[in-house]
Design a protein around this ligand. Structure first.
Ligand SMILES: NC(=O)c1ccc[n+]([C@@H]2O[C@H](COP(=O)([O-])OP(=O)(O)OC[C@H]3O[C@@H](n4cnc5c(N)ncnc54)[C@H](O)[C@@H]3O)[C@@H](O)[C@H]2O)c1
Length: 480
């Protein structure tokens, strides 16, 4: 194979240099100290509101996070509350009303993992109670909340406000961003992203995410992560979105789409092409070794395939493919009828995949003989496609460690309020574009929801909240 297809030794060295820079930048990420930690042992005392699927997942990972200490848990469902306290094992105070948790002076920081429709009111109250705040993605649900949260965040600049977009805390995604910014992919013009499932979101009891009343559907639950990756790589939010959504397979009482196809056009003519379906889970990246979700970042010089993994049995990983320099095409015969036989074809094969290497794979001056041998063996396995390099720490644990660290030091989160609001704007407008079957411009958000009165908003929220609470027990609403 020619060196046009094979990544050269120079390419590898260039990647390694970028990786070194990322690691150094991460180590230097420390802001001025402006708040005092109240918990013992330099740990941040935190409470968690919402201990369902995500909340309990976070608590399991919080067991591996040493700079936070759980002192309080809250859930409106007693079984979830008890399970949460058992998972974390710190004998936290249990609450069923989150306002009581917020009144607990011992709590310095709060993690919010409630359904989407309740994110804003609880985030607002948490900030107003003086706590550092981590809220799961997508940070807000409605246009009114975009404007209200931006204004509120400006009022509390000394409190951390972080959104749960964990790809921002992945070493592989940081490396992809560095490689893009340093031109290693040439001009990045397109990103393809998918989150495919099979079966997807099967109804099994009441599930708030299947109803537009409480949820932003696939756009909020899945696409939000990957739109954020595109925003990050492209360096801005999109200019407009077009798309088609359908509720075509899962006719079980839900009203959110079960498949969405979206195209986002960015200001420099870059595009994100997005797909989420619930009838097939194949992922055509990373040699077909991972299912469901991932992104392919395409530039004139190379392509990168990345995924974050499921965070349990699979971790973030990535492959890059150097672009073959000369792709010649044979012109079609020029006559109709000859097209099938004379279709144009590429004369060169695609390039071999090169695994992205993190610092754990780089050779160090202090490595023992055995460590060096192991690193060489691992790299050889990577080069043969037998193994790919994985991230060593789950980005969920990195984002939570970073949240507590920022709470202590006054540092600024990577997934900050503007990142979160840009992402929520994309989710809201994606749904509008599919529902109204029109191209939606992102500048439209500037006037959406601005005339809503806080009292009307509060009344609307309280209606949603009480119907959600009734539905939690009223199984008849659901066709299983
Ligand atoms: N970052 C990620 O990768 C990721 C993954 C999954 C879910 N999430 C997000 O996490 C959030 C929660 O999702 P989930 O799957 O855990 O939902 P869930 O329904 O499993 O859990 C929500 C919990 O919140 C509780 N709750 C609801 N209202 C409450 C209130 N007012 N006070 C206290 N508790 C309340 C419910 O009783 C329930 O236990 C969603 O916004 C979702 O998008 C993020």
């Amino acid at each position: 194979m020619s060196d046009q297809q094979e990544p050269t030794r120079r390419d590898v060295i260039k990647t390694a240099a970028v990786v070194g820079a990322v690691a150094a930048a991460a180590a230097a990420f420390e802001g001025p100290r402006i708040q005092t930690v109240k918990a013992a042992n330099d740990q941040v005392a935190f409470g968690i509101i919402g201990a369902g699927g995500r909340g309990s997942y976070l608590l399991k990972h919080l067991l591996n996070v040493s700079n936070g200490h759980c002192v309080a848990v809250c859930d409106i469902q007693q079984d979830k509350l008890d399970r949460a306290a058992d998972i974390i094992g710190t004998n936290p105070t249990k609450y069923t009303d989150y306002r009581e948790l917020l009144a607990n002076k011992q709590v310095d920081a709060v993690i919010i993992a409630v359904p989407l429709f309740a994110h804003f009111p609880i985030t607002r109250d948490t900030l107003q109670a003086g706590k550092h705040t981590f809220c799961e993605k997508s940070i807000v649900f409605q246009p009114y909340e975009i404007h209200a949260l931006r204004a509120l965040a400006a009022q509390y600049p000394k409190q951390v406000l972080q959104v749960g977009l964990q790809r921002r805390y992945s070493k592989f995604y940081a490396l992809a961003k560095e490689m893009t910014d340093k031109g290693l992919l040439g001009d990045v013009t397109h990103i393809h992203a998918q989150w495919h499932r099979n079966p997807g979101w099967v109804m099994n009891g009441f599930n708030w995410r299947l109803y537009n009343e409480y949820s932003g559907g696939l756009a909020a639950e899945l696409a939000s992560h990957q739109i954020d990756v595109a925003d990050w790589i492209f360096g801005s939010g999109p200019e407009y979105v077009i798309g088609v959504g359908g509720l075509d397979t899962w006719k079980d009482g839900r009203d959110v789409y079960d498949n969405i196809q979206l195209i986002y056009k960015y200001p420099k003519n870059q595009k994100l092409v997005y797909s989420s379906i619930t009838t097939n889970s194949h992922l055509p990246y990373l040699g077909g070794t991972r299912p469901e979700f991932g992104e392919c970042i395409m530039g004139t010089g190379a392509a990168l395939e990345i995924t974050v993994g499921d965070g349990q049995s699979t971790m973030p990983t990535g492959l890059w493919y150097k672009e073959p320099h000369h792709v010649e095409t044979k012109p079609a015969a020029g006559k109709e009828g000859a097209a099938a036989a004379g279709a144009s074809y590429a004369l060169t094969a695609g390039s071999k995949a090169l695994p992205l290497l993190l610092d754990s794979d780089q050779l160090g001056p202090d490595d023992s003989f055995l460590t060096r041998e192991m690193k060489f063996a691992r790299r050889w396995l990577y080069s043969k496609g037998i193994m790919t390099s994985d991230e060593d720490v789950n980005p969920v644990e990195t984002e939570l460690t970073s949240f507590f660290n920022d709470s202590k030091t006054g540092g600024h989160p990577k997934a900050d309020v503007e990142v979160g609001l840009r992402d929520s704007t994309a989710v809201i407008l994606s749904n509008i574009c599919m529902q109204q079957e029109r191209r939606v411009y992102f500048k439209e958000i500037e006037t959406m929801g601005t005339d809503e009165k806080p009292e009307a908003y509060a009344a609307d929220f309280s209606k949603r909240d009480s119907s959600y609470r009734q539905s939690l027990t009223a199984k008849h609403k659901v066709n299983v």
